[in-house]
Design a protein around this ligand. Structure first.
Ligand SMILES: NC(=O)c1ccc[n+]([C@@H]2O[C@H](COP(=O)([O-])OP(=O)(O)OC[C@H]3O[C@@H](n4cnc5c(N)ncnc54)[C@H](O)[C@@H]3O)[C@@H](O)[C@H]2O)c1
Length: 304
């Protein structure tokens, strides 16, 4: 897939130091975008920026620190960007964590996956919307997952305080990403904003995701599902990033669309529109979730 010329466009890629975000940041920078790559760890982020700069001399890429599991960090990041950029053309909500074996909490007391994958990105999006709406054709991209099909939004126990099951909490968070993305698309249409809100999932891609969450708290990482005899097809990050890149830059991307791999089992292959289940099309749940998330994060959509 060719990434169209991105000259004059500025893009934030969260979790840009690793995996799919790292690839997307490099492709966008190579296409001429001004890329703000976010990371939690300064050394890891700086290493990614250096790699991109040395592979693409003149690439306009900078590191900014952002911890989505800390709403104060989200606010500081958004304030800094608003000070330094005249507008923002695309926000790629990519960063995420998967299935820690036990229940962890964010700085603000949210279950780790709900906080990092959903509430942090929601707060970031709300805080960056004024800057996005200063651009002529802005986009917000949300990263869901194939497991969103198995997710349920449990409003009675959103933070899994009563019962924590790692995969149910992950699936809930990824269904939530999809619903928030679709709700923002409706809001943009209702308010006549030129903004596209698009949801993507990267299929099954070999990254740190499979071990990072699993090893939290000193746990032993699960055996890799990508062993040489694994029957499960999977992709390298360069291919896994294509759905995200299509959502961020494709010329014919639909408002509220859902893009992912279109090959075997829907987990590998070239990116394109993919099927939404009935639960994914539940606009009432999406609207309720958006409002609950706003309450929890103390953020709101711009009034305009
Ligand atoms: N790899 C897959 O097969 C797959 C499948 C479905 C969905 N996804 C989704 O794709 C996205 C990217 O994952 P990946 O596969 O590249 O994994 P990865 O582990 O390589 O990258 C995840 C990134 O998120 C960042 N991150 C984690 N917690 C954070 C926090 N609190 N604040 C800020 N950043 C944080 C990490 O530092 C890292 O940069 C995730 O949202 C993931 O849920 C991946």
């Amino acid at each position: 897939m060719r990434v169209p010329d991105q000259s004059g466009r500025s893009v934030v890629v969260t979790g840009g130091n690793s995996g799919i975000g790292r690839e997307a940041a490099e492709r966008l920078a190579a296409a001429g975008a001004r890329v703000v790559l976010t990371a939690r760890d300064e050394a890891k982020g700086a290493a990614a920026v250096e790699e991109i700069r040395s592979a693409h001399p003149g690439a306009d890429v900078e590191l900014r620190l952002l911890d989505l599991a800390d709403l104060a960090s989200v606010a500081a990041f958004a304030d800094g960007l608003a000070r330094d950029l005249p507008h923002l053309d695309a926000l790629l909500n990519n960063a995420g964590v998967m299935a820690p074996p036990t229940r962890f909490e964010t700085v603000d007391g949210f279950e780790l996956q709900m906080g990092t994958n959903v509430l942090g990105p929601l707060a970031l999006t709300n805080r960056l919307l004024p800057l996005l709406l200063a651009a002529s054709a802005p986009r917000v991209v949300w990263t869901s997952s194939g497991v969103a099909h198995l997710g349920r939004i449990r409003f009675d126990d959103l933070q899994a305080r009563r019962r924590y099951r790692p995969w149910a909490a992950y699936a809930q968070s990824k269904l939530a990403d999809l619903l928030l993305g679709r709700h923002l698309a409706h809001v943009a249409d209702e308010r006549g904003w030129p903004l596209l809100s698009v949801v993507t999932h990267p299929g099954f891609t070999r990254t740190n995701l499979q071990t990072a969450g699993a090893s939290l708290g000193g746990g032993t990482p699960r055996r890799s599902p990508f062993g040489s005899r694994s029957p499960i097809p999977s992709m390298e990050p360069a291919e896994g990033a294509l759905s995200l890149l299509l959502a961020a830059t494709g010329p014919d991307v639909a408002q509220g669309g859902y893009l992912g791999p279109t090959g075997t089992f829907g987990i590998v292959g070239p990116p394109g529109p993919v099927r939404l289940s009935r639960r994914m099309r539940d606009d009432a749940t999406a609207a309720r979730l958006w409002h609950v998330a706003e309450d929890l994060t103390g953020t709101s959509l711009p009034s305009a």
